[in-house]
Ligand binder design. Structure first.
Ligand code: FEO
Ligand code: CA
Ligand code: CA
Length: 655
């Protein structure tokens, strides 16, 4: 099978994360109804009243624009179906730096373009689908030597010479070749690689570094926090409920000030199946999270080879077999990259979500919060507040800060105010008569708890970014084609059939991460500009002050306060005809000007962004290119790739 034929692209779509939606389960209709009930009284600003005010605000700002932050000339949108490059502005370089199959562990075999590397090879090589990542500097040479930690979110059919093989079995089950499943498990997780800037100025991977490490979907991890050893975490394979094999679907991430990495488990539901319909519907930790129901897990059918992915209860086995295995995913996983022997810890106090990111924010008093999106249609924005303040330099105190605290879900009012609703057992709605026997039940079904307290269902919350000095918070709401159906339009999610998404921002009261109330507004509605023939329908019109984009996903501030926006839009759709390939843009949070900095190859999502502390080197991920990137000969198999961005004059990126 060629990766340039339509079937390959169709397969890519199948495993892409953009359309996963547990609320597509018709059994969830009651939840949608109860959300509506909870939201009544909040009302909803109509699009007609909202759009003109946003548009006039933008044009006023444009007139007075004196941009000191952004110093590059924007690149054009790229709409060609054969576009296979990464384009950056004049004066910049974009260099492929770390691709699927590259050596991570010393002695790793070379990547083979026919994908014939074995699963044992894959254990030593970079995984697939590079996503969230972070550069951790070494203290002595922070801008010249660091550890780059890269998530490998999921796998593409290109992992194998002829794509993924599935064989249909009885009752809609599917079987898989074991070697394929092992290779897929090995291609998940994270890579940790040491990187250095040589005397020549070139950044290089240190291939024999003792810090280099692969973490996979089978690496042993500790259960940490309230659910360690809890009966809901026990399985036939782990009767103590203390050790989990692997991490799944690590999308975005976080980094703590004590220099650890927070990998987040997003679409873990795709890896499990429960074949017992009655049990499934009675079990919120399966149903509310969209675990597969029926013959096989939604995508990968690993259960055909690894029994723990079959979460069907079996009364004849210890702890009913693996019915609790899905409870062991959906967490923040803390990893210390500077200790290659560190056992990753799943921080259960932070709650179980389809967790996109874990953005840490701290004020001068040590008040800390960790912000997360849960990326599915109509899911929520969360923050976790540790019980204890952060203490700079006291790592024995900080090390387990994420093991105790309060999880909150956000409620956005129509008047630009909002509040954090604590998901604390005993609060109204979080009581036994509503299915929450205790705080453990709240943590395991944080989505259901957020439903019960009346959090605002959002248009697929992805990354959360925090301004480095003002601590103003931004969340990308990537899109929600179902808005206006199960969840009505509201002030924060103002467009029905929202194909383009929006960026919302808020300011905690007193800029205090511990605040329980905030002010919010919409930074921009992504989308198109009206044409002279008036052919763009209102729900697709954006309010962008500058270069157009669709479906914001990755988002982060650099040290100078530039907001970088990375997109994951459907390039085949008619509504992206003028927007083209996925891209990265740079925005000024004050003037709201948006300039396009990078365009990626066709078929790719642009995601994952990190810098050296001096912001003179930046890394960005090109995930699942649909065309032969990074090669340009049109023949070589495409590879998810971390791209290094530098300026020819060595200056600060974006300035
Ligand atoms: Fe993996 Fe929500 O993006
Ligand atoms: Ca996305
Ligand atoms: Ca994402």
């Amino acid at each position: 099978m060629s990766w340039q034929n339509p079937e390959f692209h169709r397969q890519l779509e199948v495993v892409d994360d953009r359309s996963i939606n547990p609320t597509g389960n018709p059994q969830l209709g009651n939840i949608a109804l109860s959300r509506r009930t909870l939201l009544k009284g909040l009302g909803a600003a109509s699009l007609a009243t909202l759009l003109p005010s946003l548009l006039s605000a933008c044009s006023a700002e444009k007139a007075s624009l004196k941009n000191k932050l952004i110093g590059f000339q924007s690149v054009a949108a790229q709409t060609s179906s054969t576009f296979d490059s990464v384009v950056v502005p004049a004066g910049y370089r974009a260099t492929p730096f770390f691709s699927w199959g590259d050596a991570v562990l010393p002695g790793a075999p070379s990547w083979r373009a026919d994908a014939s590397n074995s699963w044992e090879d894959q254990l030593m090589q970079a995984g697939d689908n590079n996503d969230g990542m972070h550069y951790f500097p070494f203290a002595e040479q922070p801008n010249d030597r660091g550890l780059l930690v890269v998530n490998h979110e999921y796998v593409n059919p290109t992992l194998h010479p002829d794509g993924m093989q599935f064989t249909a079995g009885p009752d809609n089950s599917r079987s898989r070749p074991p070697e394929q499943v092992y290779k897929e498990i090995a291609a998940h997780g994270l890579s940790i690689i040491e990187i250095r800037r040589a005397a020549s100025g070139q950044w290089q991977r240190v291939t024999d570094s003792p810090f280099n490490r692969r973490i996979t979907a089978a690496t042993p991890m500790a259960v940490s926090g309230p659910l360690a050893g809890h009966p809901a975490m026990r399985t036939e394979s782990d009767p103590n409920g203390l050790e989990i094999l692997g991490t799944l679907n690590n999308c975005s991430m976080g980094a703590t000030p004590w220099q650890t990495y927070l990998a987040c488990e997003e679409n873990f539901h795709n890896y499990f199946v429960n074949r017992d319909a009655a049990d499934y519907h009675a079990r919120p930790t399966h149903k509310r999270y969209g675990i597969g129901l029926g013959g096989s897990s939604r995508y990968y059918a690993w259960e055909a080879v690894e029994p723990r992915f079959n979460a069907t209860p079996d009364a004849n086995r210890l702890y009913q077999g693996h019915v609790n295995e899905p409870n062991r995913f959906g967490w923040v996983v803390e990893v210390n990259p500077f200790d290659p022997t560190h056992k990753p810890r799943k921080r259960t106090a932070m709650g179980r979500l389809g967790r996109e990111c874990a953005t840490c924010v701290i004020d001068d008093n040590g008040h800390m919060a960790v912000y997360s999106g849960d990326d599915a249609r109509g899911e929520y924005v969360y923050k976790f507040v540790p019980q204890q303040p952060y203490q700079a330099g006291n790592n024995s105190h900080n090390r387990d800060l994420l093991d105790a605290g309060t999880l909150y879900a956000a409620q956005f009012d129509t008047d630009g105010r909002g509040r954090w609703l604590p998901l604390r057992w005993g609060e109204p709605g979080l009581t036994p008569d509503n299915g929450f026997a205790d705080q453990y039940a709240v943590l395991l079904n944080a989505r259901g708890a957020a439903d019960a307290v009346g959090a605002t269902p959002m248009d697929r919350p992805e990354w959360v970014a925090s301004h480095p000095t003002t601590r103003e918070m931004y969340v990308s709401l990537t899109n929600n084609t179902e808005r206006g159906k199960a969840d009505p339009v509201d002030a924060a999610n103002p467009r029905e059939e929202n194909v383009h998404g929006q960026i919302l921002r808020w300011r905690e009261d007193g800029a205090d991460p511990w605040a329980t109330e905030f002010e919010w507004d919409l930074f921009a509605l992504a989308g198109e500009r009206q044409k002279v023939d008036g052919s763009i329908p209102p729900h697709r019109l954006g309010t962008i002050n500058g270069d157009l984009f669709s479906s914001p996903d990755g988002m982060a501030f650099d040290p100078d306060g530039r907001l970088w926006i990375l997109t994951d839009a459907d390039e085949e759709a008619p509504y992206t005809a003028d927007i083209g390939c996925n891209q990265m843009l740079c925005a000024d949070p004050v003037s709201r000007e948006v300039r396009r900095f990078l365009v990626g190859p066709r078929g790719a999502e642009i995601t994952g962004i990190t810098w050296t502390p001096d912001a003179r080197a930046m890394w960005v991920n090109v995930q699942h290119p649909g065309i032969s990137y990074p090669a340009s000969d049109g023949k070589t198999r495409p590879r998810s790739t971390t791209v290094l961005i530098t300026r020819e004059d060595g200056g600060v990126i974006g300035s």
